[in-house]
Design a protein around this ligand. Structure first.
Ligand code: DGJ
Length: 695
């Protein structure tokens, strides 16, 4: 599996597919083929005839990266202005470089000093390809980039695709949406300075695929800032996707010798939506997530937010920690409220010093108590923010984004720090590094509770570059901290699931999925999350939330939260001994099946919307065992029996398990093709079934 170079044709060979590109001397990089492997001699450079004919023939090209200019009229991948005001890019092919499973195709402008290099990486064990692009100024005079998508992806064939994305909001993140794109364009974007709760920086495309069959194409942008995903189908029936940093108010100026490598795009082709999820899950674990914790099971954690909100103290947290340990937690995270003058959300952000009233002797005693219970300790920060009511703001009002003659919005009584300033980056790094060095902290929950606004960044020669530099600074600070403290886990949170993208997942070990912990809502959100992201990165809490007076049984809540990185977040002080014992039983079970959930293969067995039952099975890589989770989302009693086809097992192995009153000893083939029957189920019906190979 690698790159086969037959200049001007290049074959990117993945586990099961070929992605074939070719460079013509006129500077066009063509996507020649993307699909199951064919004999490589069959791939040829396309002949499009007269490219400059008067109907905009260039628009018919399957280009890998289309610059603005010439007679090309569709959405372009890159637009720039050169020092003399010329706004056209006219490329020519220069050559290529390969290095094992990496390919770089190099183009340069025929006159101006702009070099554009397309990068591709393949992986032996996957059909994922990672793409990126480097734009370099190789001469004198500034080049102003006004639009930089990271990749242009032309989908195979001419029939329309169904395009999937999300249509979420705070409390309902990761809610899927799907539309037939038969003409025109669909745009999914964030303009918030974070990837946000609404649309997601990806697209999934298919033509009626289901969970296990039908070709599915996906592309994820690894970027946590404002983004744009532009998917179009033109009059020639060509469907193209472009993914990149949002071009709204964006510019990036390349001075002499400078280069910008745009955020990466993770694309691939899979069989079925389930196949796409499993491919991305494995790719995340094996090749993408930060090293050290990528292949380690993530702990069962307790988070104090819902139990104590800002009312934290050594005694209150120690009492909770005792209960959390009894419930089987392995890590105790103290959330907001421990620093500065933080009594509520009006003050204190930025003052990352322990509040002396709440913790007169610092955090040492609490951490010792937590450790004595056999748990690691974690702490909440919101490093990118400052409350106007804080010592930090009083000392450095100019550190927050602002325009001199505009009042900056104080959403949640806070302002966003201008992280493009080196002194701001240094302060954030120093505060967190100091806390991590002073105390035995093994986990950071990194929150971000408001979007960017009034983004005056007059410190920069080119202020519009802040859209890139802010997110870049975030990644750099986290990476520096990780380098200094490699055994500390980092969670990305942004008012719930406002920063759950593949950019975050390159720097953080996991994310906070949503502030909505209602388990019925969670089933839908978790399904949406796991469509394109590794399951183990999805923090899922069991809490006492009861927004809809559902009174969901505790075991049901566990059933749902155990399908991700299980966590507890209820007020354990109010739990009875029986409830703590039930928590313990569930966390014990979770620890046994955790390798299946966090590292196994996820099979979604029923159609949640149609069947009103969620049935998800996590199968061990060697197919020796599986954990099947069933939970109804219906308020009704369903009398109609439902057949559950257990996809994902080994056809030839015999499995045994008990389900309702029946004992099963059946082959994987039988369980897949004949299935098992789910008889009458009612509201809050839930089951976890362990299926094991018969020895
Ligand atoms: C928003 C997060 O999503 C919550 O989990 C909690 O950490 C609060 N912020 C604290 O202010």
């Amino acid at each position: 599996m690698s790159v086969i170079a037959r200049e001007p044709i290049f074959i990117l060979e993945t586990k099961n597919t070929h992605y074939v590109v070719g460079a013509d001397p006129f500077g066009n990089a063509h996507r020649i083929y993307w699909g199951k492997k064919c004999p490589i001699d069959d791939y040829e450079m396309p002949d499009y005839g007269d490219a400059e004919s008067n109907h905009g023939k260039l628009d018919e090209f399957f280009e890998e990266y289309t610059p603005f200019g010439k007679t090309m009229y569709r959405e372009c991948a890159v637009k720039a202005t050169f020092a003399d005001g010329c706004r056209e890019i006219n490329l020519t092919y220069v050559g290529y470089e390969t290095d094992g499973n990496k390919l770089s195709l190099i183009f340069k402008d025929v006159y101006y000093p702009l070099q554009i290099t397309l990068h591709y990486t393949t992986y032996d064990d996957s059909d994922v390809i990672v793409r990126s692009v480097t734009l370099q100024n190789t001469g004198e005079g500034d080049i102003t980039l006004e639009k930089v998508y990271s990749a242009e992806i032309t989908l195979p064939g001419t029939d329309p695709y169904r395009i999937m994305n999300t249509y979420g909001i705070w409390g309902a993140e990761h809610t899927q949406t799907e539309a037939l794109l038969d003409g025109g364009a669909l745009v999914f974007e964030s303009r918030y300075g974070r990837s946000g709760h609404n649309h997601s920086p990806y697209f999934v495309a298919h033509r009626g695929a289901d969970e296990e069959s039908g070709s599915v194409y996906f592309a994820n942008l690894a970027w946590s800032g404002s983004f744009k995903v532009h998917v179009s189908r033109d009059i020639y029936g060509i469907t193209r996707g472009l993914l990149g940093i949002n071009d709204l108010d964006f510019e990036y100026v390349l001075e002499s010798g400078e280069a910008l490598t745009a955020p990466e795009v993770i694309l691939g082709m899979a069989e079925g939506l389930g196949g796409a999820s499993r491919m991305l899950n494995d790719f995340g674990v094996n090749h993408w997530l930060p090293k050290y914790f990528n292949d380690k099971p993530l702990p069962v954690l307790y988070n104090s937010w819902e139990a104590t909100d800002f009312r934290v103290s050594t005694d209150a947290q120690s009492a909770l920690a005792k209960k959390a340990a009894a419930a089987g937690c392995e890590l105790f995270v103290m959330d907001d409220g421990w620093f500065g003058e933080r009594k509520d959300d009006h003050a204190g952000l930025g003052d990352w010093f322990v509040n002396k009233e709440k913790f007169p002797n610092g955090l040492g005693e609490l951490i010792a108590n937590v450790n004595a219970e056999g748990m690691d300790f974690g702490l909440w920060f919101e490093p990118e923010m400052v409350n106007p009511d804080s010592d930090l703001y009083r000392a450095h009002p100019d550190w927050a984004y602002h325009y001199p003659h505009r009042k900056a919005n104080e959403m949640r009584w806070q302002l966003v720090l201008n992280m493009t300033k080196p002194e701001v980056q240094e302060y954030i790094f120093e505060r967190l590094d100091d806390m991590l060095s002073t105390y035995n902290i093994k986990y950071i929950k990194w929150d971000m509770n408001r979007p960017l606004s009034e983004t005056g960044a007059e410190n920069l020669k080119h202020p519009k570059m802040h859209w890139y530099l802010f997110t870049d600074a975030l990644y750099k600070i986290v990476d520096r901290l990780r380098e200094r403290h490699p055994d500390v886990q980092f969670e990305s949170c942004s008012s719930g699931g406002g920063r759950c993208d593949w950019g975050a997942l390159k720097h953080f070990d996991m994310v906070w999925t949503s502030d909505n912990t209602d388990s019925i809502d969670r089933i839908t959100m978790q399904k949406g999350y796991a469509l394109t992201r590794p399951v183990k990165t999805m923090r899922a809490w069991v809490t006492d939330v009861n927004w809809y007076n559902r009174n969901t049984p505790l075991a049901y809540r566990f059933n749902v939260a155990m399908r991700g990185a299980l966590s507890l977040g209820g007020d354990l002080n109010k739990y009875t001994d029986e409830e703590i014992a039930l928590c313990r039983q569930c966390t014990d079970l979770y620890k046994e099946i955790r390798p299946l959930v966090q590292f196994g293969d996820l099979y979604r067995l029923l159609d949640l919307d149609k069947d009103e039952i969620s049935a998800e099975m996590y199968v061990a890589k060697d197919k020796s065992e599986a954990a099947l989770f069933i939970a109804t989302v219906t308020p009704h009693c369903i009398k109609k029996p439902v057949a559950l086809y257990l996809n994902g097992l080994d056809d030839d192995k015999i499995y045994e398990f008990d389900f309702d009153s029946d004992h099963y000893e059946k082959s994987g083939a039988y369980l897949k093709n004949a299935g098992i029957r789910l008889e009458t189920v009612q509201q809050y019906y839930h089951k976890i079934i362990r299926i094991r190979e018969k020895k």
